[in-house]
Design a protein around this ligand. Structure first.
Ligand SMILES: [Fe+2]
Ligand SMILES: [Fe+2]
Length: 255
C-alpha cells in the first residue's frame, strides 16, 4: 500500500493549493490512503466544518490536528466524526486521539500526539502512545502516528520509542520539511517533519514582513496570513502487503 501524509495545511493559500492538487497527486502516485494535518486550515488557525468538508472531499481519508486543535470553537461540530482526530495526550478534551479506517482490504489505525518540549503542558506523549496502541492494535493491520511537536530530539525519541511497534511515525508542526526520512532499525518508517502546505515565501504561513518587524523590534504585531505561490509538503510511506511493514519513505514537495 501507499500511504500519503500531508503536512500542516495553512490558511487560504494552503487550502486552495491542496484542493487543486491533492486529487492529482493521489492518482499520479497510486495512493491508497491519505492523512492530512489540518490544524492551521482555517483563517486564524484551527479548523471548522468548512475546511473539514473541503479536505475530505479532495481526498483525505483522515485529518489530524495539533496545538491549534481548539482555536476555532466550530471544531466541536466535527470532532465526533470517525475521520478527524486531535492529539490523544490532551488531559481532557472533546474528540478522540486515535481512529481506525478501512482502506481496501486493510484497516489503518492513526494516532495523533502533541509534544511537550516548548509546546504544550499535556500528558506524557510516550505513555499515551502505548495506551492508544493497546486500544486499537487488535482492530487494525497497521498504525501511523502523527507526532505534532516542536523539537527534533523529542520527535526522534518518539520514532525510536515506537520503532517496531507501528508502521510509520511522522512529525508535523514546524512547517519546515526535514530531510531525515528513513526506515528505523526495527522497521518503522520515519520522518521528523512533513513540512507545510501553504505559501512558499512566508514565515510558516505568516506574512514574512510582519515576522521580520516583530523580530527586529520585539514590539507586538498582528499576524496576517501570507499570500502567494504555494507548495504541498509531505511523505509517502510504502508498505509490504504481506507483512504490513514499511518498505520505503519518500519525501513529497510540489510547487
Ligand atoms: Fe501547524
Ligand atoms: Fe502546530
Amino acid at each position: 500500500m501507499r500511504i500519503l501524509a500531508v503536512g500542516d495545511v495553512t490558511g487560504d493559500c494552503g487550502m486552495d493549493f491542496l484542493s487543486s492538487n491533492l486529487r492529482y497527486l493521489i492518482d499520479d502516485e497510486n495512493i491508497d490512503f491519505c492523512i492530512v494535518n489540518g490544524e492551521n486550515a482555517a483563517v486564524r488557525n484551527g479548523i471548522t466544518p468548512h475546511e473539514y468538508d473541503i479536505i475530505t472531499e479532495c481526498g483525505a481519508n483522515v485529518i489530524t490536528l495539533g496545538n491549534h486543535s481548539f482555536d476555532r470553537k466550530e471544531v466541536k461540530n466535527i470532532l465526533d466524526n470517525s475521520d478527524i482526530i486531535r492529539p490523544a495526550n490532551y488531559p481532557s478534551a472533546p474528540g478522540k486521539g486515535s481512529t481506525v479506517i478501512k482502506a481496501g482490504d486493510k484497516k489503518i489505525g492513526i494516532i495523533n500526539l502533541v509534544g511537550r518540549i516548548n509546546l504544550l503542558n499535556v500528558d506524557c506523549p510516550f505513555k499515551t502512545a502505548d495506551r492508544e496502541i493497546e486500544k486499537i492494535k487488535d482492530q487494525c493491520d497497521m498504525i501511523f502516528v502523527d507526532f505534532h511537536a516542536e523539537v527534533t530530539s523529542e520527535k526522534l525519541a518518539m520514532g525510536f520509542y515506537l520503532d517496531g511497534k507501528v508502521t510509520g511515525v511522522f512529525g508535523t508542526h514546524t512547517h519546515v520539511q526535514t530531510a531525515d526520512e528513513r526506515i528505523l532499525p526495527r522497521g518503522t518508517g520515519y520522518i521528523s517533519d512533513l513540512g507545510m502546505t501553504g505559501v512558499i515565501n512566508s514565515a510558516l504561513g505568516v506574512d514574512k514582513d510582519i515576522i521580520i518587524e516583530r523580530l527586529t523590534t520585539m514590539m507586538p504585531v498582528k499576524f496576517q496570513p501570507a499570500y502567494g505561490k504555494s507548495m504541498l509538503c509531505g511523505a509517502i510511506f510504502e508498505t509490504d502487503d504481506n507483512t504490513d511493514k514499511c518498505i520505503s519513505v519518500r519525501r513529497v514537495h510540489i510547487e
